[in-house]
Design a binder for this molecule. Sequence first.
Ligand SMILES: [Zn+2]
Ligand SMILES: [Zn+2]
Ligand SMILES: [Zn+2]
Ligand SMILES: [Zn+2]
Ligand SMILES: [Zn+2]
Length: 230
Amino acid sequence: MDYEYVEEIPKDLECSICMGGLENPFVHYECERMFCEKCIKKVDRCPLCRKKLFEQTLSEVRVGIIKNMLNDLKVYCPLDKQHQINRGDYFNHVNDSPHKCHLNCGKFVSNTNLNNHKINDCPEFVINCDAFKYCLTKIPRKDMEQHIKDCKYIFLLPIIDEIKQDYQKQIDEMKKEFGLKWVPVNLLNNLENEKYDVPAYCKDIFGIVHLKGFVKINRQAKEKHTIFKL
Ligand SMILES: [Zn+2]
Ligand SMILES: [Zn+2]
Ligand SMILES: [Zn+2]
Ligand SMILES: [Zn+2]
Ligand SMILES: [Zn+2]
């Protein structure tokens, strides 16, 4: 962990490999010095006594008083430099204590509730316009009310819905009428030998499929390309 310590770390609690406060300390029996577990397990020789390290000469420090002293080291809260906290409380504090929302909405939320706050509540969180399939506006929630009053796409939504339903009706009728096989419209250019009449479709901007007329398709093309059935 990259703790930012408030005060100079007492020499006895400092790891001479990473120069930070000891984390999960291990002691080297030959020199009786302590190192972080992650630091000492990265090297072959003890950086202080230069002796080769073996599993038997290293051991985890379980002494309560040392653990307590390490837990009591003061570090800065990464979310608010005004907070000086005991290193032992670091994770609880960062996750569970309310801090100023980082989008500067002025509210206080804990890290565990931050996502929820942003998605449902934060006035500074950037959201899409309700008509987001058509309107590309993305602005903070607090400005959306005004945008919706002015947005021409919102106004168009019911009309677009009506058009969609209308198209769908046409498609349904065509299906009834032809019992259709459909081909993708990009086949149109490739077909020269004309043998079969097949209805072709295209997708409009609403993703709705509709008939573009009939194309002539030869046997080879029919085998090479998928012919879509609706
Ligand atoms: Zn270390
Ligand atoms: Zn040593
Ligand atoms: Zn804090
Ligand atoms: Zn917020
Ligand atoms: Zn809009």
